[in-house]
Design a binder for this molecule. Structure first.
Ligand code: XMP
Length: 331
């Protein structure tokens, strides 16, 4: 019979027979796919696996700590946390063009990754979280429109000269839902298993204009409030409808920080501070998306919390544009 345990046993056996006694390296992004591959490989080969987590400082609030907790404590693998936050800030200083940001972030990821790989002896394999839709849609941007040039991706690996690995891709015949189910069965925590889609270049493409430490701090705090409140709202929808991912569940939600300021008043003081944009969409596959018709009380709570709790923000606006013609992300 086709049980989850059976599927895991088969995947584990396949990894063991492919790897033998060799070493495997894997780039952990904090996303579902790479985490599930890591968890599978952990079960199959334990310490023969080195997970490299390149922390670019562009993940959401608390995510790096969570990745570290899971893969340094819960799973028995070799875990390397690369603190590259400062290097990324320096590389991104003054860069405003979205494609330029993506290029810099993607290139630096592989530099950081290979710098670790070089230090390890005898790594023969590279494990990757390629899933089935990545393969059938290869050549076309995963979730975007017709052409691959709408926004660039960086999942093609630019191996340095003389470097090569054999690939391990244990998820290459699974769909996303199945990958999540595997993750749960392997003991990954819900915030990782049910993580929303999140762009590889992270918060850098949710900060319009140049990326600075100050802006990142503001965006992380505002985004954490958006996620908290919309998690509560999704839970409320679930209780009302009995459906976990019903037609009106909010599918992806986050904050965006534009590069403008506006006038406000707090107490008796005039402020000249930043607005935060709330983005919340309903979608099934990210190809099209409709802005979520959130109840006014939810919007009001998010707005008053952000302005009260995040210094430097004096206004909250809601993006009421669907995709197309807008995209889900702002860059
Ligand atoms: P857009 O903004 O094109 O986004 O409507 C569609 C979906 O893709 C996610 N996204 C990305 N995912 N790398 C990724 O892995 C990226 O560079 C990237 N850019 C956008 C976005 O969050 C949305 O779910």
């Amino acid at each position: 019979t086709w049980t989850m345990d059976g599927i895991i046993d088969d995947a584990v056996a396949a990894i063991r027979s492919q790897v033998g006694s060799d070493r495997v390296i894997l780039g952990l992004s904090g996303g579902v796919d790479s985490s599930v591959v890591a968890a599978l490989c952990a079960r199959a080969i334990g310490k023969q696996l080195t997970c490299v987590f390149v922390n670019h400082g562009l993940l959401r609030k608390d995510e790096p700590e969570q990745v570290e907790a899971v893969f340094s404590k819960q799973f028995d693998v070799d875990f390397v946390h690369v603190h590259a936050e400062q290097r990324y800030l320096e590389l991104l200083a003054g860069v405003t063009d979205p494609e330029e940001k993506r290029r810099i972030i993607g290139e630096q990821f592989w530099k950081e990754f290979f710098a670790v790989a070089e230090q390890l002896d005898g790594v023969k394999f590279l494990a990757q979280g390629t899933i089935y839709p990545d393969i059938i849609e290869s050549g076309v941007r995963k979730t975007g429109g017709k052409a691959s040039t709408i926004k660039s991706h960086h999942n093609l690996i630019p191996f340095p000269d003389g470097v090569s690995f054999d690939l391990i891709e244990p998820l290459d015949h699974f769909f996303k839902d199945e990958v999540r189910a595997l993750g749960t069965a392997l003991g990954l925590p819900d915030p990782i298993v049910h993580r929303q889609p999140f762009p590889g270049p992270g918060l850098a493409i949710r900060i319009i204009g140049d990326v600075t430490a100050e802006k990142l701090g503001i965006l992380k705090d505002a985004d954490a409030i958006v996620r908290e409140e919309l998690d509560v709202y999704n839970e409320r929808l679930f209780e009302e409808t009995g459906e976990r991912n019903g037609p009106h569940a909010v599918w992806q939600y986050f904050a965006v920080l534009p590069d403008i300021r506006s006038v406000g008043v707090m107490g008796d003081e005039r402020t000249y501070a930043r607005p935060v944009i709330l983005r919340a969409v309903e979608s099934s596959d990210a190809m099209t998306a409709d802005w979520a018709r959130l109840p006014y009380d939810v919007l009001a709570r998010i707005s008053s919390r952000i302005v009260a709790e995040v210094p430097g923000v004096n206004r909250v606006v809601y993006d009421i544009t669907s995709k197309p013609p807008a995209t889900i992300e702002w860059e």
